[in-house]
Every structure is written in structure tokens, then in C-alpha cells.
Design a binder for this molecule. Sequence first.
Ligand SMILES: Cc1cc2nc3c(=O)[nH]c(=O)nc-3n(C[C@H](O)[C@H](O)[C@H](O)COP(=O)(O)O)c2cc1C
Length: 378
Amino acid sequence: MTADTPSSELLNELILLASRSPSPHNTQPWSPRIADGAIEVSIVPGRTLPAGDPTFRDVIMSLGAWIESCAIGAAEKGYAVDVEVLPALSELDSLPVAGPADATRPVFRITVSPSDAPANSAGPPPFTADDVRARCVYRGKLEGKPDVFAYIESLQLPPWLQVRSLDDGAMKQLSTLGIAFTASRATVANELLHWLRLDPRHPRYHRDGMTDAMLVMPRPLARIAAPFTRKARLRDPLVAVAGPLARFLEGLGRDATLPPALTDEAGAPTHHVLVANSRAAGIDDILSVTEAMDSRIGVTEPHALEAGRILQRLWLHAHRQGLAISPHSELIDSPAAHGALRKRLGLARSDVALSVFSAGVPQTQHVPRSPRLTDLAR
Ligand SMILES: Cc1cc2nc3c(=O)[nH]c(=O)nc-3n(C[C@H](O)[C@H](O)[C@H](O)COP(=O)(O)O)c2cc1C
């Protein structure tokens, strides 16, 4: 080990910090290990969402957020990260649908080395490990701050990514349509219920998934609903009854026209869409436009990974201003909502919506914290 080689203590510290990254349903699909002085990360098949996220879009974006958190922690300690994307990232279709990570098939490798970049005195101060630890999603009432993403030059978005605004009226209607889609597909609904922890007595309440507190659910309602998330004999009939009803609502929503895009009401949360242009993404680098079209996400997996890094920077940017994020992937997952979203934003065929989220100041004194597998044993 030379003086420049990062200690395993530092690498473990970065892994712990990165575990605070966001992930769909708080699944934490990453499995990091230290190998030959670098950090290798594999995907845990049992922590992916085969029904809700069949293209791995959200899994890959969360891995991108993981990389960004790691890079922020390293920079704070005077180190830079070099990310090598490995072939397994573009072969996720061969992953099993359950089970542990395969350490012989990492999807990327991070090498940490002393940084020779001069401290940048211009622009806002860089994000810190404390920002990564404190950032969180809030699904309760948010009060919007319209210019939250007005000045994002410092976030260094690549030319193929942009942040578009969505009006509140369209957001409300399309979110309802997206939720109806989730509820009407038994496999997607069951998968969501599997990741809910509505009672502190749930064995994984302090480990992963989404708790009643995170969902801002009133306690009595959570207590009534909790058994339905854990017992298949209760859950299956519930999903079976909810399905046709949700499908009926989805049918109504699909045929409804969107309200005119008026100026949002004062105080309404603002809504944002991270859009990638697959054509522009193919021009500047790594892989060709054809490969983007082959990928079921609409951009190549390495591009989705890069977009996840940007997503984390956007959410940290909001956090720095005292705002929280409330993601709404249902607008992309539901084909009907997705189609209407594309129309509303006037997206071109080569544009791909990768993430939809609201932003605003949480109207509460206490934003609940999400658990992590790496939290100290209770
Ligand atoms: C790519 C991605 C998509 C997500 N989509 C949703 C979503 O549709 N709805 C939602 O409530 N949360 C969504 N989340 C947020 C996660 O549920 C959240 O990050 C996780 O529960 C951990 O909580 P925290 O971010 O507050 O630490 C998403 C997160 C990521 C990274």
C-alpha cells in the first residue's frame, strides 16, 4: 500500500455514506465489497422490482445516486473517484428474479485516489457528506419554491439531460392515473405491498422498505392495513378486489383530457421531469444511438447510471435550499400517464422521461427518516 492508496477504513466510510442514497421502495439494491483496493458493486436480484421496474430504470438510477454519494464523500476527504462501468450492467436481463448478489458479476468498480483538482472557489460550496446523510424524501404536504431549479449550472448536467417543469393540474391528474395503474396490476401491487412496513413490529421495520411514518400514514389506518401487507391470505383477496376497481378508474382517467396548463396556485409544490435525449446521448460518447434503442429504458444503462448521479445532485440541490423531494415514478410506469406526460411536455421521439418528482418545503416539524440495512443493530 502506497501513501496514496486509500485505506480500507476510508472505503468502508464511503460505502456507509453511500448507503444513505435513495432507492425505489427503499430496496437498497446495491451490494458493495472492497476488492484490490477498489469498491465493486453488484446488484442484489432479490432487491430489484421485477414487476414494478422491469427495465431496471429505477434500480440503475439509484446505483447512480450511490456513486454520486460516494464521490461527494471522497471529495470531502480530498479524494477523487474513477468509475469503471462493467459489462454486467448491460446484461441485467440475465439476473435471477430473487436471491443474493453475485460478487463475481459487479456492475461497476470505483477507484478512489488523491484528488489533484484545485478547490473551486467560484460557485456554491460543494455538497457534503452531511448533505447526503440528511437528504430525504417527504410524501406529506410540500410548499413549493418556484425557482428551486432555476440556477443549476453548478450541477453540471450533461448536454443530453434536462429538467422540465410540469404543471400542478397535469401532475394531480396523471399521478391518480399512475396510482390506478399500480393498483390494477396484481403483480405490481403485490410487490409494493411486500415492501411496506406499516407496523413497528414488522421484522424489517428498521432495515428497508417504506414505513407508515415515511408514507405519512395516520397510525390507526396503518394498524388496520398492516396485516394485509404481511399475510398472503388477506393480501391476495384485497388485491383481487382492488384490481377491477382500479382498472375502471384507470379507464376513466385514460379518456379524460388534461386541464389547461394554468399558472400553478401560490404555494403549490413544483413538479419536475428529468428528460434524457437518446440521440444527444449517443453523440457525445460511450455508446451509439442504436444501443440506446436496444435498451428497454430508452437510453443505455451507462447513461441511466449517469442520470442517477445527476438525480442525486438535483435532490441535494433542493435539500440545500430547505426543500424535500416527493418522487412520482407512477407517471412513467403507467403507459397511459406516460403517454399523456410526453404529450403535455411536447417530448420528441428521442426524448426519454427518466424521473418525475415534486419539490417543496415540508409542512411539518419532523420529516421521518428512512431505515437502512447499514443502520446500527437495534
Ligand atoms: C429512481 C427512484 C425512483 C423512486 N420512485 C419513487 C416513487 O415513485 N414514489 C415514492 O414515493 N418514492 C420513490 N422513490 C423514493 C424512495 O422510496 C426513497 O428514496 C426511499 O424510500 C428512501 O427514502 P429516502 O430517500 O428518504 O432516504 C424513488 C427513489 C429513486 C431513487
